[in-house]
Design a protein around this ligand. Sequence first.
Ligand code: RB5
Length: 142
Amino acid sequence: MKIIIGSDHGGYSLKNLIIAHLEQQSIEIQDMGCHSEASCDYPIIAKEVAKQVLLTNNRGILVCGTGIGMSIAANKFKGIRASLCGDTYSARMTRKHNNSNILCLGERVIGSGLALDIVDEWLITDFEGGRHERRINMLELE
Ligand code: RB5
């Protein structure tokens, strides 16, 4: 599995920490930007990551100041189930029950230690399927 990752300026530092953390585990990364702390627009990055996740059937991580803008933007794309998580329980459950394919994090909201734990939990947890498959299919009806 390859992780498609992106941030705006508000999530740039945490994105770099996550990349280093995942590379240490020999996980392949595709970084869709941004590439500096200069101010940029989170919807553009969210769109690039969402498109790439759908195209390659991999999973993605999006970071902004709160994680909220990224999650709103990513969830506009059919087939994307982006989850804003601030705790490891939610990270685990959104994989098990929602088959979350994008994790959103807020750099200005949570500490980096917790953020990396959330990433790890989200990455190792599998979708449970069954009744949850029926429910996530209902998200695509309109
Ligand atoms: C940028 O200042 C900030 O608005 C952005 O990172 C994000 O938090 C938006 O939801």
